[in-house]
Write a protein that binds this ligand. Structure first.
Ligand code: NAP
Length: 305
């Protein structure tokens, strides 16, 4: 492969080491970051992610509490629960795990997390602040992409960047962060007429869609930096192309990104692998946001208004 693979796991480890030091310094001043993660029902796919999150919080010294509420909770009860956490002085960060049960307005629940305790940056006031170039709390995945670009020494000023995917949690906030750094940004989505024309013009290409193999080598500019945000579980296949089965005879799953690494790796200069690229950095950014919230709350201890 021609491209260099970006080691997101190693970058995340470095960030956690720095955070552990910072948490130790805060503890010496009596400041103890405490993240409360709210989940409604037990989504089996999410359990591994939540366990991983809890383990990494413990590693850097952040207290982590998972509150799993029954799916019978109404939207009003969930809002009331979030409000009680907003006012709880023992809690410094709040994260609402998605998906929420059908019929619950996730935007309303996330919007009720007090912006000072919003570790995901999904409170509309925090998202709005981004437009002014302020970063109170920024969504974790866009931050992870920016961190990768910074750590690989990728200059942004005047660069042609294409983002594929315009979700509120990834594509849109990332576009704002990049424009704030004076990059020239194109954002593509399902209605984009000629996706390859836009991906081929990009010096930096970020793909955040959730469709394995969407971007192939012929769609990438030679020498580009390619950041693959996509995470999809697909059936694993052996060298003969047949599905690999687990011990119980069920198809084994593997994690796939949106980028076809075999062909893109022959054209690009730098590529993030999946797994081991953006994912570990996203969790590291969640920890960083949690520590930053605790520090700021201690400096300006006001209640939610
Ligand atoms: P999402 O809300 O489903 O957004 C997907 C975006 O892709 C939408 O903007 C959609 O456009 C666009 N899209 C769909 N098909 C397309 C196509 N053929 N060509 C161009 N654009 C297309 O998903 P998300 O939450 O942003 O997540 C995207 C992916 O990143 C998922 O695989 C998710 O699991 C992964 N993810 C990874 C991390 C990480 O830490 N690595 C974090 C978050 C998400 P329309 O809205 O117009 O349909």
């Amino acid at each position: 492969m021609r491209a260099r693979l970006i080691d997101g796991k190693a970058m995340a480890r470095e960030i956690r080491t720095g955070l552990a030091r910072e948490v130790g310094e805060l503890a010496a001043r009596g400041i103890h970051p405490h993240l409360v993660v709210l989940a409604v029902g037990e989504d089996p796919a999410g359990q591994i992610y939540l366990k991983n999150q809890a383990r990494q919080c413990a590693e850097v010294g952040i207290r982590h509490t998972l509150k799993t509420l029954p799916t019978t909770k109404t939207e009003e009860e969930l809002v009331a629960h979030v409000m009680s956490l907003n006012y709880d002085p023992d809690v410094t960060g709040i994260l609402v795990t998605l998906p929420l049960p059908a019929g619950i307005d996730a935007k309303r629940i996330q919007g009720n997390v007090w912006r000072e305790k919003d570790v995901e940056g999904m409170n509309p006031a925090n998202l709005g602040a981004l437009l002014y170039g302020e970063q109170l709390t920024t969504p974790c995945t866009p931050l992870a992409v920016m961190e990768i670009l910074r750590r690989t020494g990728t200059a942004l000023r005047g660069k042609e960047v294409t983002i594929v995917g315009h979700s509120n949690i990834v594509g849109k906030p990332l576009a704002v962060l990049l424009v704030n750094e004076m990059a020239t940004v194109t954002v593509c989505h399902e209605a984009t007429a000629d996706l390859a024309r836009h991906t081929r013009s990009a010096e930096i290409l970020v793909v955040a869609v959730g469709k394995p193999g969407l971007v192939t080598g012929d769609m990438v500019r030679p020498g580009a930096t390619v950041i693959d945000v996509g995470i999809t579980q697909i059936p694993d296949t052996g060298p003969d192309g047949k599905p690999v089965l687990d011990a119980e005879g069920r198809p084994r799953l593997r994690t796939a990104g949106d980028v076809d690494l075999a062909t893109v790796g022959e054209v690009a200069d730098l590529v993030t692998p999946v797994p081991g690229g953006v994912g570990p950095l996203t969790v590291a950014m969640l920890l960083a946001n949690t520590v930053a919230r605790a520090r700021r709350l201690a400096a300006a201890p006001r209640g939610p208004r």
